[in-house]
Design a protein. Structure first.
Length: 196
């Protein structure tokens, strides 16, 4: 069994943050922060998903989001807010935008979608690394040696398994899932193999 995902709920209204946390705590490891500063103090590599309010006094949700990306944290971020979206969201590096009021189902669906896209991204990076090794060996070893290599056969088996897993996940994606996955990958030359 894998450990449950860690979710950080950030809202300057403690009743709202606590209500979300109470709904989620049976499925996830949940912590709460009641300000932007508390959120920044809580954030580390253990956090998988952040449910982030935009409008908070002091350090806003937008500022917390920017800091998350500047730190290079791999967590997924959903803005959960009463702020109606405007064109300023186009360049904001969040993964989902949910308008309050938010139902229990909305919370769970949002988190599960973000976890699925995060898992897909991780598998895609792993698959890319395996294909790079495969291509290097194909270019530098004779076919007879490759055919006799147990390690090379194992590599091809791992690639096939990962490709099947990726195909299965992609079959369940909608447009928002693709956007969430490829937002980070497009910014990472190591993930795409494209260098500046």
């Amino acid at each position: 069994m894998t450990e449950p995902a860690t979710v950080l709920v950030v809202d300057d209204e403690p009743d709202v943050a606590d209500a979300y946390a109470a709904q989620l705590e049976d499925e996830y490891i949940v912590s709460t922060a009641y300000s932007g500063q508390e959120a920044l103090d809580e954030l580390d590599d253990a956090v998988d998903v952040v449910l982030l309010d935009r409008r908070m006094p002091g350090i806003s949700g937008d500022d917390v989001l920017d800091e998350i990306r500047e730190r290079g944290l791999a967590c997924r971020v959903a803005m959960v807010t009463a702020v109606d979206p405007d064109f300023d969201i186009i360049d904001m590096p969040f993964d989902d935008y949910v308008i309050k009021p938010v139902s229990r189902d909305d919370l769970f669906n949002t988190i599960e979608r973000l976890l699925t896209t995060s898992e897909y991204e991780s598998k895609l990076r792993n698959y890319y690394a395996l294909t790079a090794k495969h291509a290097t060996l194909m270019a530098n070893k004779p076919e007879s040696e490759l055919a006799e290599s147990e390690e090379f056969s194992d590599l091809e088996g791992r690639m096939d398994d990962l490709r099947d897993q990726l195909d299965e996940t992609v079959a369940s994606f909608d447009d928002d899932d693709f956007v969430a996955v490829f937002r980070d990958i497009g910014d990472d030359p190591a993930a795409t193999g494209i260098e500046d």
